[in-house]
Design a protein. Structure first.
Lengths: 327, 321
C-alpha cells in the first residue's frame, strides 16, 4: 500500500477503492458478456430461421447440391436451395486471395522490419495502412471498371495461353471470374496480414538476430533461419484474420465474381460466393427466399469456424514439432 | 391537408417517384410523402406487414401474396400501374451498326445454343449486315431484379425450350453467360468483350448510348426499343380488371420486352386524411406526371390504362377506417 495524498485520509482511500474496484470489475465483465450475448442471439435467431431450410433440403444436399431455385411461399419452403456453387466460389476466391496476398504481405513485413531504412519504412507503413481504409465497394468498382479489364484480363489471358492445358487455368477469359475477385480480395487483405506480420517480425528478439549475424549469416539467412521460423504462429494467425475477411467479403466479390450458376473448374470462369449471393438477391427475395439466404449465412459462419479450428490445430501441431510455446 | 405517408418498394421507379413526390409536396403544404427504394420483395413484405401506407413493386403480387395482404388489411388491395419500363438487348460488335433479333433466336443465344455471331439463325434476320465469325458472350444480371423478371417472362412466354429449361423470375438458373451486378455490371461485361450481348433497362441503355437490338414483335415487325414503342406495347394487350398483367404477345408498333411497375394500396384501414392525400397524389401523378416520366426515360402508361388505374385509385380506402 502506498501513501495516500495529504488531503485524503488513508481510510477514505480504502473505502473508495472498495467501491471502485468491484464496480470496475463488473463493467469489464459486462463488456465481455455483451459480446457473448450478441453472438448467442445472432446464432440463435439465424439458426432458427435456417432450420426449416436445412430440414426441407436435407443438410447434405444443401451443402453439396448445385441448384438454387427459389420459391415464393410465405409460410413454407417450396423452392430448391443448394449451396454447393456458393461454398465452392467462397473457398476458391479466398484461396486465390491468400495464395497471392500471403507472400506479398510477408515480403512487405520483412522489408519494413529488416531491410528498409527507417525514413523509408515510416511512410510505407502509412501507405499500406491506407489500403486497409479504402471501402470495399471502392475496390469493387475500381476492379470492375479499371483494374479487371485493363490489368487482370490481359494477365489472365497470358496465364491461360501458357497453362491453359491445366483445367484450372482453362480459357477463354471473359469478364468477371474467380480470378478477378480473388486478386482484388488479395489487395484488400494484404494490409491486414502485413500489419500483423510486421509486428510479429519486430518482436523477434534482437539478440537472436545479432547472434546469427555474428556467426556470419547473411541478411537473407537471418530472415530465413531466425525471423521466419520464430514468427510462424504469428504468420498463421495473420493469415487466418485475412482469410476471415476474404471469406466474408461481400460487395467487391459480388461485383467481380460473375454470378455463375454452376461449379466451374477454371479460375477464369464465373462463379458465385456465399456473401455475394446474399447481397445480390436478398432485396428481391420472397419470405422463404430470405430464410434460404439466412441459411447461407449460417453456412458461411460454420465454414469460418471450421477453417479457424483447423488453423488452430495446425498451429498447435507446429508448436509441438518445433518445441515452441504457442499462445 | 395534413398527412404523413410512407411507402417502400421497387427501386426501378424510385427516381421518378422522388421527382413526383417533390413536385406534389411543394404544391400541397402539410403533406409529406416518403418512398424508400428497398426492392420489390421488401415492398410487398412491408406493405403486407402494414408498416407502410403503400407499397411499390415491379411485379404484380402473386395470388399467395395478394391473399396474405388482403388478410392483413382485412379487405381488398389494389394494384395501380404507374409507368412502363422496357428491357433493351444491348450488344457490342465492332462494325455492326444495327442488329435485329426475334424471340426464338434470343432464347437460343441465352440458352447457349447459338454460340457464334455468324450463326444462320442470326444471319437470316440481318440480311446485309456482315456478322463476324466471333463467339457470342452472354451477360446477365447476377442480382435479383425486376429487369430479369421482365426479360425472362418474355422468353418464357415465347420459347418452349426456355420454359422447359430455365423459366422466369427475378433470379433464374442461367445455362450460360457471365453475371454482372446491376445494369452497370452487365453493361461493363458487354463493353469489355467484343461479341458481348446482354440486357439492361431501356433508360440505362439510352443514358449510356449503348447499341441495342431491334426485336421482332408478334406482328413480325422489327421494333427498336424507345419510349414510344414501349408505350405502344400495351395498346393491344388484354388487361384484367385487377390490373395484374404482364405485357406479352406485343404487336403493332409495340416493343415486345416491357413491363409495368405498380403502387399497392389498401381499400380500407387507412386514416381518412392519409387516404385523401394518397388519392390526390396518385391522381395528380397519373394525370399530370407524364412529362416528368418521359424526361426521366420512363414510358407513360397511355390513356386507356390510365382510366383503369384511376378507377383503382378511387377505390383506395373505400371501406373506410
Amino acid at each position: 500500500m502506498t501513501a495516500a495524498p495529504a488531503s485524503v485520509g488513508p481510510l477514505a482511500a480504502i473505502r473508495r477503492r472498495r467501491v471502485a474496484d468491484p464496480a470496475f470489475r463488473w463493467v469489464l465483465l459486462g463488456a465481455s458478456l455483451l459480446v457473448l450475448v450478441v453472438l448467442a442471439l445472432m446464432i440463435g435467431s439465424t439458426t432458427l430461421d435456417a432450420i426449416p431450410v436445412f430440414v426441407s433440403q436435407g443438410i447434405w444436399s444443401f451443402l453439396t447440391g448445385t441448384t438454387w431455385d427459389p420459391g415464393f411461399s410465405r409460410t413454407e419452403i417450396t423452392g430448391t436451395y443448394q449451396a454447393g456453387v456458393f461454398i465452392y466460389g467462397t473457398l476458391v476466391t479466398s484461396l486465390i486471395a491468400i495464395v497471392v496476398a500471403l507472400p506479398v504481405a510477408i515480403g512487405i513485413g520483412l522489408f519494413l522490419t529488416n531491410v528498409a531504412p527507417r525514413r523509408l519504412a515510416r511512410p510505407l507503413v502509412y501507405l499500406v495502412e491506407l489500403l486497409a481504409a479504402v471501402p470495399s465497394v471502392v475496390y469493387g468498382l475500381w476492379g470492375l471498371h479499371f483494374f479487371a479489364p485493363v490489368v487482370l484480363k490481359p494477365a489472365a489471358q497470358a496465364i491461360s495461353g501458357e497453362l491453359g492445358w491445366l483445367p484450372i487455368f482453362a480459357g477463354p477469359v471473359i469478364a468477371f471470374n474467380f480470378f478477378f475477385a480473388g486478386i482484388v480480395l488479395a489487395i484488400m487483405i494484404v494490409p491486414i496480414i502485413s500489419a500483423i506480420v510486421r509486428e510479429v517480425f519486430a518482436a523477434v528478439p534482437e539478440a537472436e538476430r545479432q547472434a546469427a549475424y555474428a556467426m556470419g549469416a547473411t541478411r537473407w539467412e537471418v530472415m530465413r533461419s531466425v525471423v521466419l521460423p520464430r514468427s510462424r504462429p504469428g504468420i498463421i494467425g495473420a493469415t487466418m484474420l485475412g482469410l476471415g475477411r476474404a471469406l466474408g467479403e461481400t460487395i467487391a466479390v459480388a461485383l467481380l465474381i460473375g454470378g455463375g450458376t454452376a461449379i466451374n473448374a477454371s479460375i477464369f470462369q464465373q462463379g458465385e460466393s456465399i456473401a455475394a449471393k446474399i447481397v445480390n438477391t436478398f432485396q428481391e427475395s420472397s419470405p422463404e427466399g430470405i430464410d434460404a439466404l439466412i441459411a447461407l449465412g449460417v453456412t458461411l459462419f460454420a465454414l469460418t469456424i471450421v477453417i479457424n479450428l483447423a488453423a488452430r490445430l495446425i498451429v498447435r501441431r507446429m508448436g509441438d514439432v518445433s518445441g515452441e510455446a504457442v499462445a | 391537408m395534413n398527412a404523413d405517408l410512407l411507402g417502400a418498394g421497387a427501386t426501378f421507379p424510385d427516381p421518378l417517384y422522388q421527382e413526383w413526390i417533390g413536385a406534389f409536396v411543394g404544391d400541397n403544404p402539410g403533406v409529406t410523402i416518403t418512398y424508400e427504394p428497398i426492392g420489390s420483395g421488401g415492398g410487398v413484405e412491408q406493405f403486407t406487414a402494414k408498416s407502410t401506407d403503400f407499397g411499390g413493386s415491379d411485379a404484380f403480387m402473386t395470388d399467395d401474396e395478394l391473399a396474405a395482404a388482403q388478410d392483413a388489411w382485412g379487405c381488398d388491395v389494389v394494384h395501380i400501374p404507374t409507368v412502363f419500363g422496357a428491357v433493351a438487348v444491348a450488344y457490342n460488335l465492332s462494325g455492326v451498326e444495327s442488329l435485329t433479333l426475334d424471340s426464338e433466336t434470343l432464347a437460343a443465344i441465352f440458352l447457349g445454343e447459338v454460340t457464334q455471331w455468324n450463326d444462320p439463325a442470326i444471319a437470316d434476320l440481318n440480311e446485309g449486315v456482315s456478322l463476324p465469325d466471333e463467339p457470342v458472350i452472354v451477360a446477365h444480371r447476377s442480382d435479383g431484379s425486376g429487369t430479369t423478371s421482365i426479360f425472362t417472362t418474355y422468353l418464357d412466354d415465347e420459347s418452349a425450350d426456355w420454359h422447359d429449361q430455365v423459366g422466369k423470375g427475378k433470379e433464374v438458373g442461367w445455362p450460360v453467360g457471365v453475371g454482372g451486378q446491376g445494369n452497370d455490371g452487365v453493361a461493363a461485361a458487354i463493353a469489355q468483350n467484343d461479341g458481348g450481348i446482354g440486357y439492361v433497362e431501356l433508360s440505362y441503355a439510352i443514358q449510356n448510348d449503348l447499341s441495342v437490338a431491334s426485336m421482332v414483335n408478334a406482328d413480325g415487325k422489327a421494333i427498336e426499343p424507345s419510349l414510344e414503342s414501349t408505350a405502344a406495347a400495351a395498346d393491344g394487350i388484354e388487361i384484367p380488371d385487377d390490373l395484374r398483367f404482364s405485357i406479352l404477345d406485343v404487336g403493332g408498333d409495340g416493343y415486345p420486352i416491357a413491363g409495368a411497375t405498380w403502387i399497392l394500396a389498401p381499400t380500407c384501414g387507412m386514416d381518412a386524411t392519409k387516404a385523401d392525400a394518397l388519392k390526390a397524389f396518385l391522381t395528380w401523378a397519373l394525370q399530370g406526371g407524364d412529362g416528368t416520366a418521359e424526361e426521366l426515360l420512363y414510358a407513360p402508361i397511355g390513356e386507356a390504362l390510365q382510366d383503369k388505374a384511376l378507377a383503382n385509385v378511387e377505390r383506395i380506402n373505400e371501406g373506410g377506417q
